[in-house]
Each structure stands twice: as C-alpha cells, then as structure tokens.
Design a protein around this ligand. Structure first.
Ligand SMILES: [Zn+2]
Ligand SMILES: [Zn+2]
Length: 360
C-alpha cells in the first residue's frame, strides 16, 4: 500500500569463526557456525569468551563489538583506529570499541576503487594514494621557492627557475642547502634504478627508510616543508605513464616492526609506496606470472585482479577476488546500507548478511 516509508528487511546473519588464526580462512574446515537475525533495531554482535552474542542494548566499554547493525539496517564502519565517517557515531558517543570491518570483494563480485580506499590481500594492506589514467602532460604548478638568485642547486649548480624551484628537503645548509625539484625527482628515480631488485618493468617501489639525504643522513619525509611551502614526496614520484600508486605499511605490534615480504622484490621492514604501471588487466599474487608479484605467504598464487573498465564514460579501476584463501577485502570506512547480500570480515570471523521479507 503506497510508498515504502521504511526499510523493513529482516537480515539473517550467518557467522563463521575460525578456531585459529587472526584472519578468516576460507579453506579452513574447523569453523564455529552461529546464526542471528536482526530487524529494525540497533543490534550488536559482541564476543563473549569463545562465542559470539547478539545484544540490542548499548554494549559497555569493555565489550569487543565485532559488528554493529543500526535500526536502519546500516553497517557502522569500524572505529578502532579512527572515527571514520560514521554519522551514527558522531551523533552519539559510544563507549565501546568497534573492530575494523572489511567488505569481502567476492560477495559484491567486484569493487570499484577510488583514491584513499584501503584494501587487503592476506597480511598485506594497501592504500591507494594516487591514480591516473592519463599521463601528466604538464608538471604540477608549484609555489615560488624563496631561494634567491644567488642560491645554487647542490647537484647541477644551477639557479632557481619558476618551473623548477630550489627545495630544502633535509638538514643541509650553506652551499649544500638547496636542490632543484627536477634534480630531486631524478635522484628519487635513481634510488630505484640503482637497485634493480626494487623494480620490474611493471612497477617501481620506493621505501621511505632508503630515501635519505646522503650528506646529512636525514630521512626525507612523505610531506616536507621547504621555505614555508609544503611538498608531498608522492607528488614527486608521480610518473608520466598511467599508474596507480599504492602505499603499504608494515605492522607495528608491541613496538616491534613485523617485516613484510614482497617476494622476489624485497623484504621490507619499512613503509613505502609502489608505483604500478596500468594495463587493462593486472593480476596480483604470489606466483611469478603475476603483473605484481607479492611473496607474502598469506597471499594466494593468483589472489586478485585489477582491471580497467569504462563506467559512465569514465575509466574506473575495478578490484576482483580470485577465490583467494584469505579473501580480498576492502576496508569499510563509511556506514554502509545493507541492500543486498554481503559478507563482512572482522578478525577471524566472517559475517554473511542476507536480506529478506521486504514488507512495506
Ligand atoms: Zn639542479
Ligand atoms: Zn641533507
């Protein structure tokens, strides 16, 4: 009768929890199965010792909340690291900690990626810091450097130019203070080329801990200031070919850096960025034949695929999962309405949400 005024779906939630490990393994046979149903009221799934429990009252501050489905049938983004953009959470102060929620790409078939999206393959987490389908034709416009006409670049001994300002990215002073933007870019390029293992024909990888001034030994910052102008190191690394730039971070657990293994490329204890040249179809996985090879054992042989598709006259970068062991996951950073069947991974639990019984 008339228009549907309210989303009134019943959502059945099937929950599978692995008995071991800290992430959900699709190939594991020892799962604990639990079933819950929620409908039009705030519902929380919390961990209660070994089992999960559905509650409808506000959890207390000691609760470990895995999933929070609102009365409007929306998944609230996890908040363990940051507030995210959850409207529900900014309106009300919740005392509990909500674990990070990850959408599984296999449950939505494919996922269009945008800048700032965070995705995970096994233990490896990437953030898309930059994406360009069209090569840059002009260098980015930069503010005028404060260096005066007497100042010189310590590499080429040239003066400042409007399109090629002199920067001071480290602690060096005097006649060594400045380096041209272009000379800096060339130096960064050499940092990957001089060490072949960091580079393949499809990608270049930069590690922050190797990007330091050879004279004062100061590590270059991702964002640095020179004469009051702020520069972003990633801006300097942008290539002229179509690319996607993926930042990766090593996990810091109990003040210990857990190293990540990037396969035949290198083992890294440092944060860094991969600049990947775009093709129509780019596979990511542990096998040698991949466009991007990731040697980490938690990454499947052919784990995921990135593909360029035209959607509404626009190029889009689409992420697919190839039935990987640990799944291809995208971090949920905004509240997400449950309008279709979805899978959400939280730690070693997998929640399968199914909507049914639409009654208006
Ligand atoms: Zn120079
Ligand atoms: Zn220096």
């Amino acid at each position: 009768m008339g228009q549907c005024q309210m989303r009134n779906e019943r959502i059945s939630i099937q929950c599978l929890t692995n008995s071991t490990g800290d992430r959900f393994d699709y190939e594991s046979i020892s799962n604990q199965k639990q079933q819950f149903t929620v409908q039009n009221q705030d519902s929380y799934i919390i961990r209660n010792e070994e089992t999960l429990q559905l509650i409808n009252e506000l959890p207390n501050e000691n609760s470990e909340v895995l999933l929070f489905v609102t009365a409007k049938n929306t998944i609230v983004a996890g908040t363990s690291q940051q507030q995210g953009n959850s409207t529900a959470l900014t309106n009300t102060k919740f005392p509990f900690k909500l674990k990070k929620n990850w959408l599984t790409v296999r449950s939505v078939n494919k996922y269009p990626l945008n800048v700032n999206d965070i995705f995970r393959l096994g233990k490896m987490t990437f953030r898309i810091s930059s994406l360009s389908f069209n090569p840059l034709t002009e260098p980015e416009l930069l503010n005028q450097s404060k260096a005066d006409s007497n100042d010189q670049c310590r590499i080429c001994l040239g003066n400042t130019q409007s399109s090629n300002p002199l920067l001071n990215p480290c602690k060096c002073s005097g006649s060594l203070k400045y380096i041209h933007l272009d000379c800096m870019k060339r130096w960064l390029k050499e940092q990957t080329q001089s060490s072949k293992q960091y580079q393949s024909e499809k990608s270049e990888t930069y590690l922050w801990n190797s990007l330091k001034c050879e004279i004062c030994q100061e590590s270059y910052k991702v964002i640095f200031q020179s004469d009051g102008v702020t520069y972003h190191m990633l801006e300097l690394l942008k290539p002229r070919y179509p690319y996607v730039m993926l930042e990766f971070y090593t996990k810091k657990k109990d003040n210990q850096v857990v190293q990540i293994n990037l396969g035949d490329r290198f083992t890294s204890k440092a944060d860094g960025v991969m600049v990947i040249s775009l093709g129509e179809k780019m596979s990511l996985g542990r096998a040698r034949e991949n466009w991007i090879r990731l040697g980490e054992v938690s990454v499947s042989r052919f784990h995921a695929t990135l593909q360029i598709e035209r959607i509404q006259e626009q190029d889009s970068l689409i992420l697919f999962d190839n039935n990987s062991k640990f799944g291809t996951l995208v971090k949920i950073t905004e509240d997400m309405p449950i309008y279709q069947d979805l899978e959400v991974q939280v730690g070693n639990s997998l929640f399968k949400l199914q909507t049914s019984n639409i009654t208006c």
